[in-house]
Write a protein that binds this ligand. Sequence first.
Ligand code: IVH
Length: 708
Amino acid sequence: MAKSKRSAPTLDDLTAADAEAELARLAAEIARHDERYFLADDPEISDADYDALRRRNEAIEQRFPELIRNDSPSKRVGAAPSATFSKVRHGVPMLSLGNAFADEDVTEFVARVRRFLSLSAEEPLAITAEPKIDGLSISLRYQNGELVGAATRGDGAEGENVTANVKTIREIPARLKGRDLPAVAEVRGEIYLRHDDFAALNAAQAEAGSKVFANPRNAAAGSLRQLDSSITAARPLRFFAYTWGELSALPENTQHGMVETFASWGLPVNPLMRVCATADDLLAFYREIGERRASLGYDIDGVVYKVDRLDYQDRLGFVSRSPRWAIAHKFPAEQATTVLRDIEIQVGRTGSLTPVAKLEPVTVGGVVVSNATLHNEDEIARKDVRIGDTVVVQRAGDVIPQVVRPVIEKRPADAVPYVFPKVCPACGSHAVREADSDPEAGGVVRRCTGGLICPAQAKERLKHFVSRLAFDIEGMGEEKIEAFFDEGLIRRPADIFTLEARDKESADPLAKRKGFGAKSVDKLFRAIDARRTIGLERFLFALGIRHIGETTAKDLAKAYRTMEAFRAAVQAAVVAGADSEAYEDIDAIEGIGTTVVDALIDFFSEPHNVEAVDDLLAHVTVAPFVPHAAVESPVTGKTVVFTGKLEQLGRSEAKAQAERLGAKVSGSVSAKTDYVVAGADAGSKLTNAQKLGVTVLTEDEWIALIKG
Ligand code: IVH
């Protein structure tokens, strides 16, 4: 077996006590990796290393069968499938949904949609409601009615080609029924397993001495991601169609009409979908489905609401990665109690110290949980969570499990309040308390002041750099970064791109090492080569500058188009400082606020960072940003300011529409503004525009202009 980092005693040397301890450790460790893999979809170790852990577990169990734990990984499946599939780019991205938890979130959703569309109280707004299936989403491509491809969601932009396996699913027709089928129809929906089929499958697995699945969702995912299609064929997978990707012709103009069309084509659709008229109707549907949940025969984790009219859906569009026209109303989180064994401090990329609860593994909602977040030091103090406590943990859907509260009656007599460390556990630097500027993180954060000397921060920055939405270097996972960093092979992003050259000169080349092999090393180097040219938005995101997330990086890329233009603008702001025109120019970009401008200035004022970026640019070409829908419209590239009350378009809709057409929407009027669109009661912006000689349009003139 592959040697794990801790050198484990050989099987023959193992005492029963050692074995018991190691099995406990393996159960927790494997559960943690399963969680990373299945919940976070963000594995920390390679499939090979994962398999080695499982093999070690099984070998010990074979020698000491009396020590097999109830929560043993051998009783569950979570094994990262070893199958590899080719990648498929989704022509239309597969997006996720925003979440609603409370009734008010649903009322607010309906109100928000109405506001966006500027609907008066009398105008009807039909919204469909349907169960949210807890399976895995799939995109089926039909050409002239024939199933030609199937891809998993993946990261939404690119999924895995599972066509051969999907073709074995009986519920999915190989040919659509009916006439006038569109030349291309991408039908999307959920693959899932029914409870009875899941139970029978697990019974058969147990009978055959094979692995038993933790829940229907894992079983469905594991069944689909098989290299051998005959295994998939033997699993009773099912499917519900609920949305679509590319469609050469739209057969209907409502959501429910589309789903009815899918049914007429011979695709299974969920029979419980209902068209509702008000938020109250949606909530009534939610409660009704909640009551029926246990008897549906398949797992659901909430209900989904979608604006029914497709023209409304178009107008509403998307924010970030979710549609404005739909929302998932989740069922409450499932809870369980377990023992808090320890509190571990993780150091993030920006030095934040995050406490992680190390738990006695426990099943919550069908998944074994052994880690949960404790958020920050104030949360621990507020909840008074102590090591040794029995705690209530919860998980909802795919969010990170949380510690809700301690069970005080079960507190051990010697449990003491937790003292949060005042120094960084990785580098020993002072850790200072800061008010967290990220409102979502809530409250305070203790941050390591070690900056560039802190190895934990450096590693996290590198992990971020290679991650999926950044440079996305295949084969360069977190585990490799850790190992390469510890060895001194990769300390800064630029080192990744000189690795091959240095390896060629090395006395101890990677290919000769245990666990590598010439083939995998070559694959890694080619994956690195593939990223020597990278889009501006990915590059900016990869730098890991505080407050520059995926969306902000895109906003910046959209505004500046090229690395050179971006650098010049930021450099000007660095030199001129706050309150300068250069500062205001960045601040004026849609989606960018002063927090981001300050973060950019902080980052680029630091010579080490500038040097790291320049070194990187010596090896990497940054490709200019290509606007998504390369629509040429009369307002492409123009800067527009909306002011006053608009009658036909809501303010957010006007803004979203202008951006879709390639215009830049700004909040303030300057000499660089091309148009000011003034509605009723326009104030100082209008006067400003007149002073500066900027073209002022009425709402009607604006609409005429964009219609060309
Ligand atoms: S609609 C553009 N409808 O939920 C939005 N999604 O959180 C398309 N899901 O990735 C999704 N049941 O896998 C939709 N009835 C349903 C669903 C559903 C389950 C899943 C889907 C999606 C995730 C979003």
